[in-house]
Design a protein around this ligand. Structure first.
Ligand code: NAI
Length: 319
């Protein structure tokens, strides 16, 4: 458990992602202050976290070694930003994905923080050079991009500004490990970071295969959920290469010609519009109607599956 001397964490923006971060930091024993521009959002967040944690406690899925009540006692709301950040060691910004809004928040934080706190953004795709350039505390700034839902999907991409201090990356990395997340370091920023670049490469080829009438939307999804995805939950594409031959060198020797031949047949970036949208939408809606109730139920099922997978991954720690 974190010692009280370790300092607290402040969440700026108490929506979906802010709440998840709050629960994760509390699971690691850190004091968490939730700030939001809307007082009601703080109230809703505290209620929602209480409910969620109770359910997690009942199902035996609560993270960390503290009880539900101990973890809840670590989280409080605060309607004043300057008060919230006083003595904090880490500030996790979770306001909507709007560059101007985020820049405004970081400029505000820049004026009131000390030289020790880490200023971290949850941004999914805004580059650190756009978010942090010109701040007096730029060395203390980093993007820590979580994956939804962060409580069950541990990956966090750490993306530095060109001026981010190595110590900021190291501290954030260590903090993420301490709360049970799985951080990766990008050595420099790139549009889409790594996760979304991989995700978009997959979406792009999926779309082309459906558009060209090669496979139905449902079968395309099955290729991932019952095929590639099964192993990717445990090993990545590079280790897959290594294991699928007598090591990486052997794989490249055997399969690089075939890979290059197929890769050269990949088409241009799809438009994601017109008849293909209709077609994919029709098939998706047959499976999951796109009204709020059906979507929410399917998301709940997905999150339950992810929770079980997270438990399984925990049991089968790497050799
Ligand atoms: P959200 O809309 O659920 O929550 C945003 C919160 O920020 C709201 O409570 C809002 O009242 C508050 N807010 C707005 N202006 C503010 C201000 N000036 N000061 C303080 N609080 C303010 O958004 P969500 O989904 O939680 O996303 C937050 C960030 O996390 C975004 O940058 C998003 O790209 C990123 N992210 C989101 C993921 C997702 O799947 N939702 C996944 C990974 C990252």
């Amino acid at each position: 458990m974190a010692s009280p001397a370790a300092g607290g964490v402040v969440i700026v923006g108490s929506g979906l992602i802010g709440r998840s971060w709050a629960m994760l930091f509390a699971s690691g024993g850190f004091k968490v202050k939730l700030y939001d521009i809307e007082q009601q959002q703080i109230t809703n967040a505290l209620e929602n976290i209480r409910k969620e944690m109770k359910l997690l406690g009942q199902s035996g899925s609560l993270k960390g070694s503290l009880s539900v009540e101990q973890q809840l006692s670590l989280i409080s709301g605060c309607g004043n930003l300057a008060e919230a950040v006083e003595g904090a060691m880490h500030i996790q910004e979770c306001v909507p994905e709007d560059l101007e809004l985020k820049k405004k928040i970081f400029a505000q934080l820049d004026r009131i923080v000390d030289d020790r706190v880490v200023l971290s953004s949850s941004s999914s795709c805004l580059l650190p050079s756009k978010l942090f350039t010109g701040l007096a505390h730029v060395k203390q700034c980093v993007v820590a991009h979580p994956v939804n839902p962060p409580y069950y999907v541990p990956l966090v991409e750490l993306v530095p500004h060109p001026e981010t201090a190595p110590a900021t990356m190291d501290r954030t990395y260590a903090l993420m490990r301490r709360i049970g997340q799985s951080p990766v370091r990008l050595l420099k920023e790139i549009d889409g970071f790594v996760l979304n670049r991989l995700q978009y490469a997959i979406i792009s080829e999926a779309w082309r295969l459906v558009e060209e009438g090669i496979v139905s939307p449902n079968d395309l999804d099955l290729v991932m959920s019952d095929g590639l995805g099964m192993r990717y939950a445990f090993i990545g594409p590079l280790e897959t290469m290594h294991l699928n031959a007598e090591g990486m060198v052997s794989y490249c020797g055997r399969y690089s010609d075939g890979m290059k031949r197929v890769l050269k047949t990949f088409g241009p970036v799809p438009e994601f519009s017109g008849a293909t949208v209709e077609k994919v939408n029709q098939d998706m809606c047959m499976k999951v109607p796109d009204d709020p109730e059906h979507l929410a139920a399917r998301r709940q099922w997905r999150d339950d599956c992810l929770m079980k997978l997270a438990k399984l991954k925990h049991q089968v720690q790497p050799q």
